[in-house]
Design a protein around this ligand. Structure first.
Ligand code: ADP
Length: 247
């Protein structure tokens, strides 16, 4: 993928490209690498989602990338998953001329289908953001057993899109969102997250309890109505019972 000429910002250097690797996350697991390092692979043999789940994509069809961030100490690093999701949604919209939704905390949806996923992993104070965007997969190339119905930019729009353009825009959007987060925290980004929130009004499960998603709090937690009680939920605790509403 020819990307380097498209990179104009602070993210994307060094740029590590592999035809195949276990996971782009692992390529950035190096204390010597600076903030902004990016790893891209055509194929992963051990692509990961959250909670030990797998991320599958045929070689050459998806954007599979990771970005190394070195935020200051004392920040809530989980918030970067939302910053990454928002940047991914914006990049998808820009390149494919669509309006995507975000399934809190980390999935980007088009017409109810998951076209991208974001994974934030902490490493000794650094955060490696892993982002997979389904760009050119045909319907038959998407995982058949996925928890949320999968889609790609191709299946959603009927058009081929350029992975390098998605990555270049993603890095621009991520830099902007990250700078905002560094300066002012998550709060300035919450209105846009809320506007893209496809869980709003959807029944979700939290442990044994079932509640209705009622928006995103200023600190990025999901607002859940359980009976007459309002709870604020950290990511990783919630699963969707009903299918998410279309994005
Ligand atoms: P969750 O949907 O629970 O947030 P993750 O974002 O961690 O899950 O992604 C892992 C899940 O995504 C896998 O369990 C699988 O169901 C699904 N999946 C795997 N590969 C893809 C893909 N290329 N596109 C869409 N969904 C995928």
């Amino acid at each position: 993928m020819r990307v380097e000429p498209l990179l104009t910002g602070r993210l994307g250097r060094p740029y590590l490209w592999r035809a195949t690797c276990a996971s782009t996350q692992a390529l950035l697991d190096d204390p010597a690498l600076p903030e902004g390092a990016v790893a891209v692979a055509e194929a992963q043999t051990q692509g990961r989602g959250r909670l030990g789940r797998t991320w599958e994509a045929p070689a050459g069809a998806a954007l599979l990338c990771s970005v190394l961030l070195r935020p200051p100490a004392g920040r809530r690093l989980g918030e970067l998953s939302l910053v990454g999701g928002l940047a991914t949604a914006r990049a998808v919209d820009h390149v494919a001329r669509v309006r995507s939704g975000i399934k809190w905390p980390n999935d980007v949806l088009l017409d109810g289908a998951k076209v991208a996923g974001v994974l934030a992993e902490g490493r000794n104070g650094a955060v490696v953001l892993g982002i997979g965007v389904n760009v050119g997969q045909a319907a038959a190339d998407l995982p058949a057993d996925a928890r949320t119905r999968p889609g790609s930019l191709l299946t959603a729009t009927g058009l081929e899109h350029d992975r390098a353009s998605v990555l270049a825009r993603l890095l621009v959007e991520l830099e902007a969102g990250y700078e905002t987060w560094l300066a002012d925290g998550l709060e300035p980004l919450v209105p846009e997250l809320a506007a893209r929130d496809v869980l709003l009004g959807v029944e979700v499960q939290l442990g044994d309890a079932v509640g209705r998603a009622a928006g995103i709090a200023p600190d990025g937690r999901l607002i859940l109505l359980v009976g007459s009680e309002t709870r604020l939920v950290e990511s990783g605790e919630v699963s969707v019972r009903a299918p998410a509403a279309p994005a």
